[in-house]
Design a protein around this ligand. Structure first.
Ligand SMILES: Nc1nc2c(ncn2[C@@H]2O[C@H](COP(=O)(O)OP(=O)(O)OP(=O)(O)O)[C@@H](O)[C@H]2O)c(=O)[nH]1
Ligand SMILES: [Mg+2]
Length: 205
């Protein structure tokens, strides 16, 4: 039976990638009975006579599992932190790092909005970056406005399942659009982010 990876889950369908082909599948009845939910990221065994009526029959053991977003088998986390607006927060980054590494996920720190850094905050930021690098972390500095640093991030993403995490407004969607304009993700003005819920490290499990 063919094997593949779930790359999308929508309205009760699972889209399973096998090589170059994507098969639309439903979960086996017994999954629901046993309260097993296939997740994006799952490696699965499936049956499909055509590309739209397949069935996922088996889920391979998961390496890890996140609750929000609900995905499995994450290799690496892109921890997105803006240099300014909002200001770089080492306290929040440290909390993310603990949670990520506890799940055996490789962290990559991406500092965004480099174009907004002024002589005033440059020194403090450089010191933080140096400190994290000294601890062995990969730190990349980017700007979605000038596209600086984006080409350095791309090779880290190849062949891996990555999750992008970070506070609201740090530029995650902008970064993804800079990497792949076809995504055309909605980006938002910073003012409309204030007071809105943001992704917090506590939501990862
Ligand atoms: N100057 C500058 N602005 C940026 C950069 N990246 C993002 N922005 C701006 O910051 C704001 C927030 O960016 P988004 O990409 O929407 O942020 P997000 O992390 O996806 O936010 P949520 O979806 O709410 O979690 C937008 O107004 C972007 O245009 C950057 O590198 N430089
Ligand atoms: Mg966004």
């Amino acid at each position: 039976m063919p094997e593949g990876k779930i790359i999308k889950a929508l309205s009760g369908f699972y889209y399973v990638l096998d090589g170059e082909e994507v098969y639309q599948c439903r979960g086996r009845g017994v999954f629901r009975k046993n309260k097993v939910t296939p997740l994006v990221g799952d490696y699965v065994v499936f049956e499909a006579e055509n590309k739209t009526d397949g069935t996922v029959t088996e889920i391979k053991p998961r390496k890890n599992e996140l609750i929000r977003p609900q995905i499995s088998n994450v290799d690496q986390a892109i921890l997105v932190f803006s240099a300014v607006e909002p200001d770089f927060s080492p306290a929040l980054l440290d909390r993310f790092l603990v949670l990520i590494e506890d799940n055996e996920i490789e962290p990559i720190i991406v500092v965004t909005k480099l174009d907004l850094v002024t002589a005033d905050n440059q020194k403090k930021l450089s010191q933080y970056i140096k400190d994290y690098q000294k601890l062995g972390y990969t730190v990349l500095e980017t700007s979605s406005v000038t596209a600086g640093g984006i080409e350095e991030l791309v090779p880290y993403l190849e062949g891996k399942t990555s999750v992008f995490a970070g506070q609201s407004g740090v530029g995650k969607s902008s970064l993804l659009n800079a990497i792949n304009p076809e995504l055309a993700l909605k980006t938002d003005d910073i003012s409309s982010h204030l007071g809105r819920g943001s992704i917090r490290p506590g939501t990862l499990s």
